[in-house]
Design a binder for this molecule. Sequence first.
Ligand SMILES: NC(=O)c1ccc[n+]([C@@H]2O[C@H](COP(=O)([O-])OP(=O)(O)OC[C@H]3O[C@@H](n4cnc5c(N)ncnc54)[C@H](OP(=O)(O)O)[C@@H]3O)[C@@H](O)[C@H]2O)c1
Length: 305
Amino acid sequence: MKILVTGASGLLGLNLGLRMHERYSIVGQDRGKLASTPFELVRADLLDPSACSRLIDSVRPDAVIHTAALANLESCENDPATSRLLNAEVPSLLAESCTKHDIQLIHISTDAVFDGTKEGIYTEEDTPNPAGVYAATKLQGEENVLSIYPQAAVARVNFFGWSLSGTRSLSEFFFNTLGAGKTCNGFDDVYFCPMFVGDLADTLIGMLEKSLSGTYHVVGSRAITKYEFGQEIAKVFGFDAGLINPISVSDSGLTAKRSNNLRLSIHKLSTALGREIPDFSTGLTQFYTQYKQGYPQKMRSYQQE
Ligand SMILES: NC(=O)c1ccc[n+]([C@@H]2O[C@H](COP(=O)([O-])OP(=O)(O)OC[C@H]3O[C@@H](n4cnc5c(N)ncnc54)[C@H](OP(=O)(O)O)[C@@H]3O)[C@@H](O)[C@H]2O)c1
């Protein structure tokens, strides 16, 4: 199977490409940040209105995993126009090209489409109510994709792992800060269901192999607060967990609104795939093993000079 991965330089895209290139023919779209990856690269700026159709016409993949996005919440608040173009309009263009050529599409969305006010766990049946520009434009992207191409799958994700910059993920934030012996804050009132990016890559491939369509929550099977997640990182790496101050997200000073309950049910996904969905704990072990094996340095070796 030939899989086009958009956003190949991103946290998800690069991990996906590196994990899957030996089993699948991976073509990664990037904007020139990458070089010498063990999978093929094709350069494109998806803000160019003809880029999606040209990309699909030239690569002719069997499947597309669309990870590219403006995924930084603060950047989206500061530049809502680009956020709308990249997170809502580009998915439409990609869906149009995929439906025209009958190409499987997984569109990556976010757990943040929910405002967090529900008591309990969100299922795919719950009505989203996005809290900020990022979440609103991502929700619009989901709706655009499924109205143009109902056979597509939308994966609402939340994940952690090593990135090209070394600073993209929450796991790297805690690793970098605690590893330097510095104090930091951890939100003790924000629940989420993080999934290790390697497990996410495996799960997305499983979704392609089963030809799933419609909306799925693709997150870890266990909820945890961001503060507790930091403590788990400290434990795995042998750092001082006391360096993390538990605080409320409302005291954080962050400008973009964040939901404080992102507990998502994975029942629909687990049933469709016919298997258990891993939680963050086994993923943290893999995250640590990758560190010991020099994976973060290997990743950076693919950065264009
Ligand atoms: N990280 C999380 O925990 C999380 C949580 C929920 C949902 N998500 C979703 O998961 C997906 C992947 O997130 P991520 O964390 O991997 O994001 P990321 O690390 O910020 O990567 C974003 C990717 O999009 C690319 N991109 C940005 N503008 C582009 C453009 N104009 N044309 C082509 N490519 C462009 C970036 O390329 P450059 O490197 O060239 O900028 C990069 O490869 C996104 O859809 C995001 O909304 C992520």
